[in-house]
Write a protein that binds this ligand. Structure first.
Ligand code: N01
Length: 554
């Protein structure tokens, strides 16, 4: 029986809520907290049997956050940020999950979350102006608002490789890792995929496995994390300055991370000075490598200087020249695929028990019961790890059968790519909100900064509607068209579209190629959202309860 320790009011007992929230990751939990604080009745549905979202599912060896833990944390409660002790510069997955559980307990969230339950469908009733939400346990509830807190990287993608189902060993997907410990001791393991998940897991699996074969289709740029235990002094320094750190991350940083802002372009420095700056960032480690200069995402010649630096580092670390050459990315400008942050990834290839296989030159032909056949060669393995990524940003939304006005589904509307106004709503789907949806900075930012901004905006909006007697809110078609064009224009002013990335939907066969996140930066985006709200939700139509009833009847 799905867990629910709710103490609902009369309406909620009758299956009628102010809001249904889909997902109990960081977005869903905070959404519940905010709406509950405003006196709304809320039911959260979560497919997993506990909170944590992406951190609940991604338990693969080496999984840890690539944003520093003191910044990858909620800011809405000063008590919470003052009392929680992060142990390392980059928190490992079990610690992030522990934090999510702590938040759920501390704010008593679980009583409104129904676990082990998928939302199967949501249908908008134009007469009642309410959503009917049907779940995997066969129940249907109604709600004024449906809020999709489904996560951008939650829909793990199994690759379509011939013979996979016939493999006789164990097959694991990094995004759907078992809850019980996996021990690769004495085994020959194959890892397919060299994005962030593969790059984090390879050094850890290499330590355990008898032999590890890494199947690489596209080499990726990775920067050392330089992870270390956090000292009390470091934690204190953050805590004392949290007010300014959070303000900067929200309002000034492009990516929601507190860091130095670059004041010059890469070509403004001479070769020696540039190299020194890259060296300093490489030694410091982490995502801020890409903010050493202000034009790395804009100017190919500038970008090449950073890419060359990292390629050179790879050549210095990896002893075998042919392996080093294969690991040097050449297919895309640095940073145009999500840059990876690793702990000893390149050095792992110096181990005698690790082999790199170039499946770009010699594609996987098939998986046979005992291994992987590529380039006419059989690589025998006992276990396979698929680090093959996600149907990102839209995949989890698409799994829910969402029907808006005039019986049109969201999947029909988004068949040529997602269309939203501000990444928050889509025309034709009143009172349906997305948290960190396509068209918002989301995955290009510190996710928690973006989640908090969206949740706060949606919460204010719901309160505003209640205060003004409004029953529905809907993105206007023209505002949506203008926003989609703007998101596109901004993206095409950068180098990002040059990569076959999951940002573009390029990892999913048949998915329309559209740059999905908004690249204008979280500070600018926040300002736009605030301005829209200040102008009475410009670009949205809100309908008062009486008017909308008449409109629906006529
Ligand atoms: O997935 P990916 P990921 N045959 O899509 C390859 C976040 N994240 O799970 O590039 C062979 O990046 C594919 O090859 P190619 C982070 O935002 C964060 O690693 O398509 N190979 C690629 O190498 C990240 O960007 C953290 O040629 C196949 C790999 O699989 C996002 O999640 C940690 C294949 C997939 O890479 C996704 O990362 C981990 C096939 N059929 C993840 N299909 C943090 O630190 C795919 N590939 C917070």
């Amino acid at each position: 029986m799905p867990a629910l320790q709710s103490n609902p009011g009369d309406n909620a007992r009758a299956g009628s809520f102010d809001a249904v929230v889909v997902g109990a990751g960081f977005a869903g939990m905070y959404m519940l907290y905010r709406l509950r604080g405003l006196g709304f009745s809320v039911r959260v549905y979560e497919h997993g049997d506990d909170v944590g979202g992406t951190w609940y599912w991604n338990r693969y060896p080496g999984a840890r956050c690539d944003v520093e833990s003191m910044q990858y944390s909620y800011s809405f409660s000063d008590e919470l940020q003052q009392e929680w002790d992060w142990s390392e510069r980059y928190a490992p997955q079990p610690e992030i999950l522990k934090y999510a559980n702590h938040v759920a307990d501390r704010f008593d969230l679980r009583r409104d979350i129904q676990f082990s339950t998928r939302v199967e469908s949501a249908v908008f009733d134009e007469r009642a102006n309410r959503w009917s939400v049907t779940t995997s346990d066969g129940h249907t509830v109604t709600a004024q608002f449906v809020i999709l807190a489904t996560g951008c990287l939650s829909n793990a993608r199994m690759p379509d490789i011939k013979g996979l189902s016939g493999f006789k060993g164990k097959v694991y997907h990094t995004g759907h890792w078992p809850h019980e410990p996996v021990d690769f001791t004495g085994q020959r393991v194959g890892v397919i995929g060299t994005g962030s998940s593969g790059i984090q897991s390879v050094p850890v699996i290499a330590e355990q496995a008898d032999h590890l074969t890494v199947f690489q289709r596209t080499a990726n740029f990775s920067i050392p994390a330089r992870n270390l235990p956090l000292t009390d002094e470091e934690r204190q320094a953050f805590r004392q300055n949290y007010r300014e750190i959070r303000r900067f991350a929200r309002e000034e940083a492009r990516n929601g991370i507190y860091t130095d802002m670059p004041d010059r372009g890469a070509l403004d420095d001479g070769g020696n000075e540039r190299r020194e700056r890259y060296e300093a960032r490489w030694s410091r480690g982490g995502l801020t490598f890409m903010s050493v200069y202000n034009n790395l995402a804009l100017d190919k010649a500038a970008n090449d200087t950073a890419a060359d630096f990292v390629r050179q580092k790879i050549a210095e670390i990896v002893e075998d020249p042919e392996t080093a050459r294969l690991l040097q990315p050449t297919s895309h400008p640095i940073g145009t695929k999500r840059i990876c942050i690793d702990s000893d990834y390149y050095a792992a290839f110096n181990r005698p028990n690790v082999t790199l296989v170039d499946i770009k030159a010699n594609p996987i032909e098939e998986i046979v019961p005992t291994g992987v056949r590529a380039g006419d060669k059989l690589y025998e393995v006992d276990a396979l790890v698929l680090a093959t990524g996600f149907d990102a940003m839209t995949g989890s939304v698409a799994k829910i059968d969402i029907t808006g006005r005039q019986a049109r589904t969201l999947n029909q509307k988004w068949a040529e790519g997602p269309r939203t106004y501000l990444g928050l709503m889509s025309n034709g789907f009143p009172n349906l909100f997305l948290i960190t949806g396509p068209g918002s900075p989301s995955v290009l930012s510190n996710m928690i900064v973006s989640i908090e901004q969206h949740v706060d905006w949606i919460a204010h909006c719901a309160a505003y509607m209640r205060e003004h007697g409004c029953e529905t809110m809907e993105a206007n078609r023209d505002a949506e068209d203008t926003w989609v064009a703007h998101v596109n224009d901004v993206a095409h002013g950068t180098l990002y579209p040059q990569a076959n990335s999951w940002y573009m939907g390029a990892n999913i066969p048949g998915k329309p190629r559209i740059f999905m996140p908004y690249i204008g930066g979280v500070g600018q985006y926040r300002q736009i959202c605030n301005d829209v709200a200040a102008k009475g939700y410009e670009g949205f139509t809100m309908t008062a309860a009486e008017r909308s009833k008449k409109a629906a009847v006529s």
